[in-house]
Design a protein around this ligand. Sequence first.
Ligand code: PLP
Length: 391
Amino acid sequence: MKNTKSPESLISTTAREVPPSAIREFFDIVYSMPDCISLGVGEPDFNTPWRISDSGIYSIKDGNTHYTSNKGLLELRKLITSGFESRFGIGYSPEDEIIITLGVSQALDLALRSIINPGDEIIIVEPCYVSYKANISILHGVPVAVQADPSDGFRIDPEKIRAAVTPRTKAILLNYPSNPTGASLDRHALEKIAAVAVENNLLVLSDEIYSAITYENEHLSIAALPGMKERTVYLNGFSKSHAMTGWRLGYVMAPDYLIAPMLKIHQYTALCAPTMAQYAAIEAIEKGEKDVRSMKNEYFKRRNYIVTRFNDAGLKCHYPDGAFYVFPEISSCGMTSRDFALGLLKSKKVAVVPGTAFGAVGEGYIRCSYATSMENITNALDRIAEYVREL
Ligand code: PLP
């Protein structure tokens, strides 16, 4: 009998229905424009510090080309848990309460897979990282968006989180400092969110991937607040702090009742994180602090410069608390974020991301990454100022 199935019918409904990233359309154009300046990328422009790369290379030369334990190298797990304890005073067992993962991306996926039953709601704070909604929907969960406050540098009012809780809510997914706004959360806000979680018996998934790039204030993890370790899934990694995006290395820490199901899924789907990357990460923790500091200092200088330039160009821009993004307002130009970004790209060859890529509340804003050279930032801002003048 002839097989009459269409190619499309072979694809799962879930895969068919998940929308492609809203940024893709822009980057298809950017890649076809060689002299375009991109403020669109979400990764450090620095190469991985050499001593870290060298350790990875050396580990290969030394024959470390095999699987590690599913949980990751014990030495690395110990360094991470003891580093967290000395920073925040909360201990995790390196044996049972941590898994080394393929970036925060996999750590988050493991966490969501381990907790979501179809229809479960996960509260997210928009504007947020482009993957969150899709990550939840792919697992048949329901992302419930609450809006951060544009008039407060896009910080979230914890009362909005409280108001979004329903009997189906399973967890609150936080990211601070935030991609795309750079907004962070102080102790007071974290305590209020923690109270919502405790009162409603919710988990908190805390994506703190930009925590090492926090400027004026000290970063605090929600996991370190009293009573929160038991309901927090702490996610972090080396991509942003140590300029190691291509090494694909992150980790998840949580109490063992949460780590055990994640480990089962990890065993079946990934086995372990890349071995050479784990050796590089050991070096990153033991010797990389100076590199982290010097990259942060450079981002800090760029942040101050780019914020001033946007405000001088007539586009209101707040000082982000951390990460390497600014989120200036463009609504005064009388255009949508998408039209502004497309026009800028076509007429001045500068790539930025429309704020709507991160949620509807991003309308009227654009995201610009300053993880690029001062020279690029200066030239891009000259062109943006000219574009705004000519509108
Ligand atoms: N979480 C946030 C908020 C991000 O911005 C990114 C990358 O841009 C990730 C997670 C993914 O990071 P990783 O490279 O560790 O998978």
